[in-house]
Design a protein around this ligand. Structure first.
Ligand code: DGP
Length: 142
């Protein structure tokens, strides 16, 4: 997809937002939705998406950043606590050349433990029962 292409309403995350596709949701309010990444780089890898139809950070209206990042922070705290992580890596990939594969803005919240390397980005699917168990841990930490 070219960086000049408009937002595509059929992208996977838009479909999750509309309830057309399932997801292991951990948080939702009027501003954002958070759910587990099905190809996690570590256990508990969570994505936080705004409820605005924007491809990436450059398209996000300036006045929408504050409310959205408050949700990113809130979810990050719950992911760290729920997964008993020692730290987090927070990432956002912008544009295909930047590594973005789903063109609806999202931040990755990736739990970290000392000495545990990350799996590769978008590498392999996690088992449903593992995702379900990790989502329950994170939901309980809000
Ligand atoms: P990015 O490359 O930053 O656009 O990250 C997209 C992430 O989304 C990647 O880590 C894999 C994940 N992903 C892809 N398809 C799905 C899906 O259908 N459901 C969920 N929960 N995550 C997905």
């Amino acid at each position: 997809m070219a960086d000049t292409d408009p937002y595509q309403p059929e992208n996977i995350f838009a479909r999750i937002l509309r309830g057309e596709l399932p997801a292991h949701k951990v948080f939702e309010d009027e501003v954002a939705l958070a759910f587990l990444d099905v190809m996690p780089q570590s256990h508990g890898h969570t994505l936080v998406i705004p409820k605005l139809s924007v491809r990436g950070m450059i398209d996000m209206p300036a006045d929408a950043w504050g409310p959205y990042m408050v949700r990113v922070q809130k979810v990050a705290a719950a992911v760290k606590k729920g997964m008993e992580a020692e730290g987090l890596t927070v990432r956002q990939y912008e544009g295909a050349a930047g590594g973005q594969t789903v063109f609806h803005l999202h931040f990755h919240i990736i739990p970290r433990w000392v000495g545990e390397p990350l799996r590769r980005h978008g590498d392999s699917m996690e088992k449903e029962d593992v995702l379900k168990a990790n989502a329950a841990k994170i939901r309980a930490a809000f």
